[in-house]
Design a protein around this ligand. Structure first.
Ligand code: SF4
Ligand code: SF4
Ligand code: SF4
Length: 449
């Protein structure tokens, strides 16, 4: 009697140019396959009856898969419905749904008292997680734009059903009266408000009053934890003492705050030291953003998260998120930026202009397709990630993909893995987290390196 083996309907075999991975969607884990294991599973998925062609190691592999809950033996050829593929209406774009707005980044000013060498030089730099920082697009005060009536503009934002308003700059505290009007209007809404600021544009007591009612939290952008580094990075003396006093005051009063350290090619080796300092002083974990001159990347600088020359993978938290990742980008979806030059963009890190808010107004700027096309960008459409079997296990800031498309140096700066045929195969590497990315081998040496 014939016998077949099938992966469960919620486990997916995904092939790349050089690698293959089984995605266990409900349990949130992946199994990197060697070439032999991939060939066997592919044949099984094509309903090839089991037989001598499997050998002992092949049968052992299938038994292991069954023990892991990834598949099952069956006396009938099984035409398992994969959860994903039976959505032709969605795939064809025929299901019209209203855009789901989640967050707006609003750069209310491009003014700043500090003088970071990399700031405002979008043509010469590339940033990672720049949306969490005060990095500005330009330093030309003449081109600054903000809506004449922030109260009306806030009403339009609230009408979109947005949950989070992120006010950024440069330094929003330098547009103090305007900022207070925006916050007053926000009080009439349920918006969560974050203000990203280097924290030096106002005195500390004034900044503390912004977050005293619980709706607003400050995200302080810092540059280091010693005077020499901070002065050299932001071009001004005595900044660190002011920032430390501000964060001490927030912490002492139990007011909500975030910290984002902006690393550069001269400070990126201090990441661990900064982490330990923040945990010791304020018992919290800071975020990191990075900005590099493109020539540093060409000289071989790599982002700090590529520890041990490996890019960390990211576990999905639900089935819904797993399917979401296949077609969308986590960080871009639902977001837009109101830039201080009056343009609509998807976020602070991506320079592409998607609409003209200053001249056309917010509703018209949002009525085109450009923003929603950006929300739909995912690794399926990006080189070389669309050739990588890990593409649904790997999410990240998209700046390095979108701003550095077709630039090998830039791609390598955020992920050293090469998915091309003939490169070192993914299953031979130690991916993190280890309990998320595991290996299944046939046990025979494959022909790859
Ligand atoms: S503190 Fe922020 S806004 Fe000011 S110069 Fe530095 S990066 Fe730019
Ligand atoms: S960044 Fe691209 S090439 Fe690197 S692991 Fe992720 S999907 Fe693969
Ligand atoms: S691509 Fe995502 S993480 Fe990167 S700057 Fe834009 S929104 Fe932020």
């Amino acid at each position: 009697m014939a016998l077949y083996f099938k992966l469960r309907s919620d486990c997916f075999l995904v092939g790349g140019e050089n690698d293959a991975v089984v995605y266990d969607a409900p349990r949130g884990r992946i199994f990197l396959l060697d070439e032999g294991a991939y060939k066997i599973l592919l044949s099984c998925e094509h309903n090839k009856p089991l037989g001598d062609w499997l050998g002992d190691s092949g049968m052992h592999l299938l038994n292991t898969l069954q023990d892991l809950g990834l598949g099952l033996f069956d006396p009938d050829a099984a035409y398992v419905d994969k959860l994903l593929v039976h959505q032709p209406i969605d795939w064809k774009g025929m299901g019209l749904v209203a855009p789901k707005f989640l967050k707006v980044d609003w750069a209310i000013t491009n003014q700043c008292n500090l003088n970071c060498a990399f700031c405002g030089k979008f043509d010469r730099t590339i940033s990672w997680q720049g949306c969490q920082t005060c990095l500005r697009r330009d330093r030309d005060t003449q081109s600054q734009w903000s809506p004449d009536c922030p109260e009306d503009f806030m009403g339009q934002i609230a009408d979109l059903g947005i949950q989070t308003l992120h006010i950024r700059g440069a330094d929003p505290a330098l547009a103090w009266d305007y900022l207070l009007r925006v916050l007053q209007a926000a009080r009439q809404t349920l918006l969560d408000v974050t203000i990203t600021t280097p924290g030096v544009g106002q005195d500390i007591d004034a900044l503390l009053t912004l977050c005293s009612e619980g709706q607003v939290r400050l995200n302080i952008v810092m540059f280091g934890i010693d005077d020499g580094t901070v002065s050299a990075t932001c071009g001004e003396p005595n900044i660190l003492a002011h920032q430390l006093a501000l964060v001490d005051a927030l912490s002492d009063r139990h007011l909500p705050f975030f910290l984002t350290f902006m690393l550069t090619h001269t400070t990126n080796l201090q990441r661990d030291k900064i982490l330990a300092f923040v945990q010791d002083r304020w018992q919290c974990v800071p975020s990191f953003a990075e900005v590099y001159f493109k020539e540093s990347i060409d000289r071989g600088f790599r982002l700090t998260h590529t520890d041990n020359n490996m890019k960390p993978l990211t576990r999905w938290r639900s089935l819904e998120e797993f399917f979401f990742r296949i077609r969308n980008n986590n960080c871009l979806f639902g977001n837009f930026e109101v830039s201080s030059d009056g343009n609509l963009r998807s976020c602070a890190g991506i320079s592409r202009v998607l609409g003209d808010i200053a001249n056309d107004g917010l509703p018209t700027a949002l009525s085109g397709n450009a923003l929603y096309d950006m929300w739909g960008r995912c690794k399926e459409g990006m080189q070389p990630c669309n050739r990588c079997a890990l593409r649904y296990a790997c999410i990240d800031c998209s700046v390095f993909e979108l701003e550095g498309e077709n630039d090998e140096n830039i791609k390598e700066a955020y992920c050293p893995h090469d998915p091309s045929r003939g490169a070192v195969r993914a299953y031979r590497k130690n991916w993190a987290p280890a309990d998320f990315a595991m290996t299944l081998k046939l046990g025979e040496e494959d022909t790859g390196r």
